[in-house]
Design a protein around this ligand. Structure first.
Ligand code: PRX
Length: 648
């Protein structure tokens, strides 16, 4: 891969920064009146192409065959790290904070680049080639970043799995992606506790006969079970590998897949969303620059894990693409004290802090007096993943941001790749609870859910959709393009369907109203009620089940399950067994808070569970259920209500 090219990449002199709100409005109009022109300019400003593209966009949104920047060639690891290492090797790329406050360290771009070359050489010796899928199941440690970037370096495809998923869920994802190599650590450490990881991988691999190798980073001291024909230690194969400069970053086509990330939808099985190389990187860099107003001197900190899209894009790709410093944190926000995150902000002069409202709600519960940190370096605060209530917004802005930092409520999805609706730091006047206005080059509309037509009224309300494509949107679901089409592009032909309800106010600001499908959001983690129901049905004694999300002041939403039993097994705590089943099938994050054993579950005549009614019962609001003419078994409403009430 050559040195930094001539197309505007010598520290990106052609990148513009918006001046003010009027500038945004004008540039926005220009950007959507010719999206192809806008994105062609944008990608050239932010990425270094080894070979420039010859076509901006091919294909149509409605046909699900989009290709951006065709015939261009580039490498993600080069763009994230090696090019910065060439220019300014001593600039800090990563600051790692371990679980305990005194066990962190930092890594420069030069050092990170070297580590990526070494890891790429080792992965290649283990058989990894362009296009292979590698599963990464690691704690938030620098080696997880090195692994992802080494996979990029080789042109392979990473599939990250969050360490809160169970062995069974991990196995499902490894098999679906067809990975033959898993990279993991012996353990993770969070909140003063060890979390076994290798052990979970061992269990998962019982159902993954195609996995030949497990590469294990030694993070702790204790011994772990070992399969000598399959397992290899990171320090034996990576640290002993000389930096092989001859393994150049693989030259990738713009549309070559960069990664797969699994996410829950309204049906049972999680989908492996596939993101492209050039398109995805363009979105990450452009939003980091325009929305977060990141500069290379900035220090960005999000406690989000890279197993979720927020951490992957905004802890890893965006800050590194822009040559900033990213702080990664393995531990828990409450350990060893409730002000751990604020200590990190002060210690490292963090300029950007980005977290889900669930973290903010958790920390708000403690006395403001405990927040003695100055946090004067903070310039931008961000919120993501769920609606942020105005009182939480106010606390975050006042106590954490000292009323000086801009607070951005950002909206995006695993599918959109990067922000689509978000205020721009320094620029956009905000309103607590609104994710404000579209990002440059994004063209949102509100659709009528019944007719599928754009709502033309002054303050439209309905389904949030997008009518023009953008480069960072997912291209397909791994091994299942039809499912991708049916979930996102065939619902309202000609539009990308988000699955969220939204309204626009008199200023055109967007207010997200939540999912219109069977997806729930617990502590900012996206879960499918259908997937949890499928897990509960794996219990031999369940006949029928339903899972709904209900409002929760800490976690945003909480899960409640209803189960009809075939028969009551003697001497068994069935509720506990059911929770255990979800723990085993999916992981701790999906375990219902409450399980009700009921006689029947209200359903429509076509057999669909009426979750709306179950939610009303849980809210003690049976009186406002309204029309029940579509319910096939209305008596079930009273019997469920009696069970719920009886348990209070
Ligand atoms: O319902 C929306 C909610 O999170 C969903 C996307 O979840 P996931 O793909 O896991 O990505 C989460 C982090 C990007 C959306 O469909 N969501 C995301 N951001 C917001 C939000 N809800 C309200 N306000 C937001 N800012």
């Amino acid at each position: 891969m050559g040195s930094i090219g001539k197309d505007g990449n010598s520290e990106h002199s052609t990148r513009f920064r918006l001046q003010d709100f009027a500038d945004y409005k004008q540039r926005y109009q220009e950007s959507i009146s010719d999206v192809d022109f806008f994105w062609a300019q944008t990608t050239r400003q932010f990425l270094t192409y080894e070979k420039d593209f010859t076509s901006i966009r091919q294909g149509k949104l409605a046909e699900g065959n989009l290709q951006w920047f065709a015939n261009g060639r580039l490498n993600a690891a080069y763009n994230c790290v090696h090019r910065h290492a060439e220019q300014d090797p001593s600039r800090i790329a990563i600051i790692y904070e371990g679980d305990e406050p005194d066990c962190g360290h930092s890594i420069s771009y030069g050092e990170l680049s070297k580590q990526i070359f070494q890891a790429a050489a080792a992965l290649r010796n283990l058989g990894v080639r362009k296009g292979d899928r590698v599963c990464v199941y690691m704690p938030m440690i620098p080696e997880a970043f090195v692994t992802v970037l080494a996979i990029n370096h080789l042109g392979a495809i990473h599939s990250l799995v969050f360490d809160g998923f169970s062995a069974q869920a991990l196995g499902d994802r490894i098999r679906d992606a067809g990975a033959f190599l898993v990279v993991t650590a012996d353990k993770s450490r969070r909140g003063g506790r060890d979390i076994p990881m290798k052990q979970t991988v061992d269990e998962a691999l019982g159902s993954c006969p195609d996995v030949r190798t497990v590469l294990v980073y030694q993070h702790g001291q204790d011994s772990v079970s070992w399969n000598p024909g399959r397992d290899v230690w990171w320090h034996e194969v990576i640290d002993n590998t000389a930096p092989l400069k001859d393994i150049a970053p693989e030259s990738m086509a713009s549309e070559d897949p960069l990664f797969i990330l699994y996410t829950s939808g309204s049906t049972g099985k999680p989908k492996g969303l596939v993101h492209s190389t050039a398109g995805f990187l363009t979105g990450a860099a452009a939003t980091g620059h325009h929305v977060f107003d990141m500069h290379p001197s900035d220090v960005f900190f999000t406690p989000s894990d890279i197993g979720w899209i927020t951490g992957l894009v905004y802890a890893l790709y965006a800050p590194l693409l822009l040559g900033c410093t990213t702080v990664i944190f393995e531990g828990s926000p409450l350990h060893p004290t409730v002000s751990r995150l604020w200590d990190i902000c002060d210690l490292h002069s963090v300029t950007h802090f980005y977290a889900a409202p669930t973290v903010i709600r958790l920390l708000r519960r403690f006395s403001d007096a405990e927040i003695h940190q100055a946090m004067t370096s903070l310039r931008v605060l961000g919120s993501i993943g769920e609606p942020i209530a105005p009182d939480v917004w106010d606390w975050y802005h006042r106590i954490v941001g000292k009323e000086k930092a801009d607070l951005l409520d950002t909206y995006f999805q695993t599918e959109t790749g990067s922000f689509v609706l978000a205020p721009l730091a320094r620029i956009t006047p905000t309103k607590p609870g609104s994710c404000t206005l579209p990002c440059l080059g994004l063209d949102p509309v509100i659709l009528d859910p019944i007719t599928g037509k754009e709502v033309e009224t002054a303050c439209p309300e309905g389904i949030l959709a997008f009518r023009q494509p953008w480069p960072s949107m997912a291209r397909t679901a791994w091994n299942d393009h039809q499912r991708f089409m049916d979930t996102y592009l065939n619902v309202y032909p000609g539009y990308y369907f988000t699955g969220d309800g939204a309204r626009q106010d008199e200023d055109g600001y967007f207010w997200i109203k939540g999912r219109v499908d069977d997806v729930v959001n617990v502590s900012g983690h996206r879960l499918s009620t259908a997937e949890i129901e499928a897990a509960l049905l794996e219990c031999e004694f369940t006949a029928e089940v339903a899972v709904v999300g209900v409002g929760d002041s800490l976690t945003g939403e909480a899960l409640v399950a209803f189960a009809v039993l075939k028969s009551q097994p003697p001497d068994r705590d069935v509720r506990k067994d059911l929770k255990q089943q979800v723990l085993k099938s999916i992981g701790s994050l999906a375990v219902p808070r409450t399980v009700y054993l009921v006689q029947d579950i209200p359903k429509t005549r076509s057999g669909k569970i009426t979750r709306r009614i179950l939610r009303k019962i849980l809210a003690d609001d049976v009186g406002s259920i309204g029309d029940i003419s579509t319910v096939a078994n209305p008596a079930a409403i009273d019997s469920v209500a009696a069970t719920v009430l009886g348990s209070k």
